[in-house]
Each structure stands twice: as structure tokens, then as C-alpha cells.
Design a binder for this molecule. Structure first.
Ligand code: ZN
Length: 210
């Protein structure tokens, strides 16, 4: 399986059949520099992520975080990154779940890479309806204005940061977060997620639902 050079989503295609950039990245350039994921969002990883998020298996943040930190250290200039920033959950969702999975993963990644985590850099100011049945364009519209820069962002001005989430589905969430971060003065955004959607090369890109 090969990946899109920009967003890191996976292609189910032989290398020679795949494009360097997926259709989404060709049509509208992402506002982050690079996004990469450890594994495709399928099989046992998909099940483990479900247990992590919805069955309270918080301890899975340890192996997941270690994998994400290793990938980031291998691909990104982690020595020059100023902060690890988790994609925030809305307060209501946070109360329901009891934790933000991206924040738990960020703690682990921060500890391994020795980059401070800045949990208050981004705030989810608006609750958004479930995204699972929406297209990428609908997700982008749905998320517009859902995030805002928080108190912690002042320290990230002019810096490169590592934005972190559990799954990269259509990329709408990290795109909107990157828009807010760069508008608030962050210089470069790198993205790492545990898993990413799988696309069929040469067809309309339709990643699996999260
Ligand atoms: Zn792409």
C-alpha cells in the first residue's frame, strides 16, 4: 500500500498506479505541511481504536502514542517543533466521554519526543453534528468556525507545531484546525494520526467512515 505524499492517506493500488497526490490534495492544497499516519484505518487497529475511544480503554494511549512518536521522529524535524497540539473535543463531548483521546495521545507523544503539549492552543467553540455520513466538502462546511485559538497559542507564534488526532478520515478536521493555527501566527503545521482512511487510486477518493 502506498500513500499520498501530502495527506498520508493510503491507496489500495500498486505503486505504479498511484498518483503522488490524492484527488483531494490536488483539488485543494491542505494548509498543513505534511500529514502522516501509522497504519490504515482497518482491521484490528480499527477495533482497538474503537475500544480506546468508546469503551474507556485509556491504557491503549501508551502503545498508540509510542507508534505515533516513532513515526513523527522518523519523518518530521521534531527537534524544531515548538508544541504538540491535540485536536480538541467540544466540552459536551468531553463530559460524555470523560477524556479527549487526542489529548491522551498527545501526552504520550510529548513525553517521548520531549516537546511540550499545549492542550489549550485550540478550543472547540462550537459543537458540530456527527460527521460520519458527510462528504469532505460537507465536513469542511460543518466545521467552519468550530475551532478557535486558545490561550496557549501565544507561545506557538512563529513556531512549527505537531497537530495530533486519532484518525485522519477526510482531513476536514485537521484542515480547519490548521487554518486556525496558521491564522493565529503558527508558522508550520505537521500532522500525525494513528490511522488514516484508504482510497482507491484513480477513482473518486472515498475514505472509510470513522
Ligand atoms: Zn492527499
Amino acid at each position: 500500500m502506498v500513500t499520498c505524499e501530502k495527506c498520508g492517506r493510503f491507496y489500495k493500488a500498486k505503486e505504479k498506479e498511484a498518483e503522488n497526490l490524492c484527488l483531494d490534495c490536488r483539488n485543494s492544497a491542505p494548509l498543513y505541511l505534511f500529514a502522516r499516519s501509522v497504519v490504515p484505518f482497518e482491521g484490528p487497529v480499527r477495533e482497538a481504536l474503537h475500544s480506546f475511544k468508546f469503551c474507556g480503554r485509556r491504557e491503549l494511549a501508551v502503545p498508540f502514542g509510542e507508534l505515533m512518536a516513532s513515526l513523527a521522529a522518523f519523518l518530521f524535524p521534531v527537534g524544531s517543533l515548538g508544541a504538540v497540539i491535540p485536536v480538541p473535543l467540544h466540552e459536551k463531548r468531553l463530559r460524555e466521554r470523560g477524556f479527549n483521546q487526542a489529548a491522551l495521545l498527545s501526552e504520550r507523544v510529548s513525553r517521548i519526543l520531549k516537546i511540550p503539549v499545549c492542550e489549550e492552543a485550540l478550543l472547540r467553540s462550537r459543537e458540530t453534528p456527527s460527521q460520519t455520513s458527510l462528504s469532505r466538502e460537507q465536513r469542511l462546511a460543518n466545521l467552519r468556525g468550530a475551532f478557535e485559538g486558545g490561550r496557549g497559542l501565544t507561545a506557538c507564534k512563529g513556531a512549527a507545531v505537531l497537530l495530533l488526532d486519532d484518525v485522519y478520515t477526510t482531513g476536514a478536521t485537521v484542515q480547519e484546525c490548521s487554518r486556525v493555527l496558521t491564522a493565529c501566527g503558527v508558522k508550520e503545521v505537521y500532522v500525525v494520526t494513528l490511522a488514516a482512511g484508504i482510497m482507491n487510486a484513480g477513482r473518486q477518493d472515498k475514505p472509510q467512515k470513522a
